[in-house]
Design a protein. Structure first.
Length: 156
């Protein structure tokens, strides 16, 4: 939080920086959690093939959406590549993540109740960030207009 606050006057600062930090922390957590759970992705380890299928459709899309956000973040952070089209794509990824997360909730509630929290958290987080990227003045100025001037919004 302190880093985001201290960079609030920069184009990539404040809540925007907080989003990017969250994506990279999500990647780090995903990397840590993958090795212990790799056996869950082996179909032969499952007695019930329907449960395996339901498991994959509730977990793999979230990983794909995280990866998509990671790739987009490289374009959005890079000053030379910043472009509004990546924001449009990011918003679509966030909405898709929201839809899949909401769809995972009843499956998780039925088969894996311990995972409901993560599906709800993912849905809420995706929706919040979607609206941030839809409504933020900073996002529009930095990526669409390519002009960010802190003093315009906070005159001394």
């Amino acid at each position: 939080w302190a880093i985001c606050y201290s960079r609030r006057k920069k184009p990539i600062g404040g809540w925007l920086l907080y989003y990017f930090i969250g994506v990279y922390i999500g990647l780090f957590i995903s990397i840590i959690m993958t090795p212990p759970s790799l056996s869950n992705y082996i179909p032969s380890e499952w007695d019930n093939k329907l449960h395996y299928f339901l498991f994959t459709i509730t977990t793999i899309p979230d990983d794909i959406f995280l990866f998509a956000q990671l790739v987009l973040s490289f374009y959005l952070i890079s000053q030379s590549r910043r472009d509004w089209k990546y924001i449009v794509i990011l918003r679509k990824v966030l909405i898709a993540d929201f839809v899949f997360s909401v769809g995972s909730i009843p499956i998780d509630a039925t088969l894996w109740p311990q995972s409901v929290f993560f599906s709800v958290y993912s849905a809420i987080q995706s929706l919040i960030w979607f609206f941030y990227f839809k409504q933020s003045v900073r996002v529009e100025y930095v990526f669409k207009d390519k002009q960010w001037n802190w003093e315009i919004f906070h005159p001394v």
